[in-house]
Design a protein around this ligand. Structure first.
Ligand code: ADP
Length: 493
């Protein structure tokens, strides 16, 4: 039976009882038995009160059991994170109320399910977007050029480590900050603004900037491009900065090389032509002059030959087409040959070309022509970059019983510290020494190729500006020499 109905019944019983009691007590009061009537009244009152309490307790118990069930089920939904239907046995107003709640819960449940599906879809989309973001980030990070990405408010969205280094900032602290607070370069900032405002899809500029660290001018090729959304609205700007300083330097070096090669070729050629013409015009009127003219022509031809050999051998070595024919040879013979060949050049500047050979034999497995060219390039440089009346010394010795050492020492202009690292690079010439002699910047590069790549040796240099240089070649001996002929300490001063 329903709670309300039960309550109405109870009220009806109580009303009937109350009415009967009222009737009987009034009747009795009228008939004169007032004492009995009062007693009966009290008894009925007590019975009614007891009955009411009993009924109230029963109703309360039944109600609280239903509420407990509802509470338990709601708690279960809560703990399981699920929404279900509340089940009760009653068929009264409470059941109606529960039915209403159930209907409401069913609505919430379907809503929740929809939200869960949407949430899952969003999660998948977020994961895909995150993966794409990481991929883009990884790509941008792996690019060697500096990359900056700004949004439509000119705030920094992304940058790679090259950009961080170039503009000296940390992405961690700069994310979503206005780009003008991160980069000081006014020209670049205005290019970013310009690209965004004009919706430019490609803007390229070359910027020249001083590089305080290296004390030289940086050449930066800047490429800017707008990012547009599907409505063709600007959502950001991508800036790619390519440091073309090295490329420009190489281009300049190549230009210098071409002009110095033509100069280097022209000078001996002019000499050869002039002396050949004099010979043809019989200007050498005595045998001594004739021999002198011929010697000059021979010398200039050799110089020309050396230059052409340098150029050709480098490209042949680099392309791998140069045939290397190694034989076991005594390097002392080669050094003697070179010294003899270079004597006229030394005499021209009144330089004493000395040798100090501390062993009779130094056997190496080598390509004769190449080793000859390497030693000659070093001796030729020592003469070129020495002042007149100085000395150039070529020393040979053996180290650890298995390494042959060839040292070429001069007391000339020396090489500045800043240039020592690049001295063996192709086309590299020391600016400060250029006035002393012409050249192509190929000689030392070829020496290193010959010694280190072809003969597994080593070439090093020690030098002090104004004091001179020592170039040292170390080559593995193929026949160990039992006698140790160590070189005495080189004295540069
Ligand atoms: P180059 O044809 O210019 O002499 P190299 O490759 O032989 O080319 O040498 C590169 C540069 O190294 C030279 O331009 C010169 O400035 C410097 N150099 C080489 N040898 C010496 C030396 N013994 N003393 C001083 N400078 C030298």
């Amino acid at each position: 039976m329903g709670v309300a109905r039960r309550l109405i019944l109870v009220l009806a019983v109580l009303t009937a009882l109350g009415g009967s009691v009222a009737y009987f007590t009034t009747e009795m009061g009228l008939t004169g038995s007032a004492q009995h009537a009062r007693n009966l009244g009290w008894i009925v009152f007590a019975l009614m009160t007891g009955l009411s309490i009993l009924l109230a307790l029963l109703i309360w118990q039944s109600l609280s059991s239903s509420f407990r069930k509802i509470r338990q089920q709601l708690n279960q939904f809560k703990s399981e994170g699920e929404i279900g239907l509340i089940m009760i046995d009653e068929r009264d107003e409470l059941a109606n109320l529960v039915a209403c709640i159930n209907e409401y819960l069913t609505g919430i449940k379907s809503c929740l399910q929809e939200h869960r599906i949407q949430k899952k879809e969003l999660e998948v989309q977020a994961r895909v977007a995150e993966a794409e973001r990481r991929q883009t980030e990884a790509m941008i990070f792996s690019i060697s050029e500096a990359v900056l990405v700004t949004d439509k408010f000119d705030e920094l969205l992304m940058a790679n480590p090259t950009a961080e280094n170039l503009f000296c900032f940390h992405l961690k602290n700069s994310y979503r900050r206005p780009i003008k607070e991160i980069i000081e370069d006014e020209e670049l900032l205005s290019l970013i603004r310009q690209t965004r405002q004009n919706k430019s899809l490609k803007l390229t500029r070359l910027l020249e900037r001083p590089d305080p660290e290296q004390n030289k001018q940086l050449s930066l090729k800047v490429l800017l491009s707008c990012v547009l959304d599907t409505e063709q609205e600007v959502i950001g700007v991508v800036v790619v900065i390519h440091d073309v300083t090295a490329e420009k330097e190489i281009a300049k070096m190549k230009d210098d090389f071409v002009s110095s090669v033509s100069h280097e070729l022209k000078t001996p050629l002019a000499g050869i032509r002039a002396y050949a013409e004099m010979l043809a015009d019989h200007e050498a009127d005595n045998p001594q002059a004739y021999r002198q003219f011929c010697e000059i022509i021979q010398e200039q031809a050799q110089r020309l030959n050396r230059l052409i050999d340098n150029i050709l051998n480098i490209s042949r070595l680099e392309s791998g087409v140069l045939k290397i024919s190694k034989e076991t040879l005594n390097i002392i013979e080669i050094v003697n040959d070179v010294i003899t060949m270079m004597q006229p050049q030394a005499q021209e500047k009144n330089i004493e070309l000395l040798r100090q050979i501390e062993t009779n034999e130094m056997w190496i497995s080598a390509d004769r022509d190449m080793i000859h060219q390497a030693v000659m390039n070093l001796v030729s440089n020592a003469l070129k970059y020495s002042h007149p009346n100085q000395q150039v010394l070529v020393r040979l010795g053996i180290q650890n019983n298995r390494q042959g050492i060839i040292e070429v020492q001069d007391h000339g202009v020396g090489i500045p510290d800043a240039s020592l690292e690049q001295i063996f690079d192709k086309f590299y010439r020391v600016q400060e020494n250029n006035h002393l002699a012409g050249g192509t910047g190929l000689g030392l590069h070829l020496v290193r190729q010959i010694i280190e790549n072809v003969h597994e040796g080593r070439i090093t240099v020690e030098s002090r500006t104004g004091k001179g240089s020592i170039f040292t070649i170390v080559l593995p001996l193929c026949i160990p020499n039992p006698k140790e002929f160590a070189l005495s300490n080189a004295n540069q001063n």
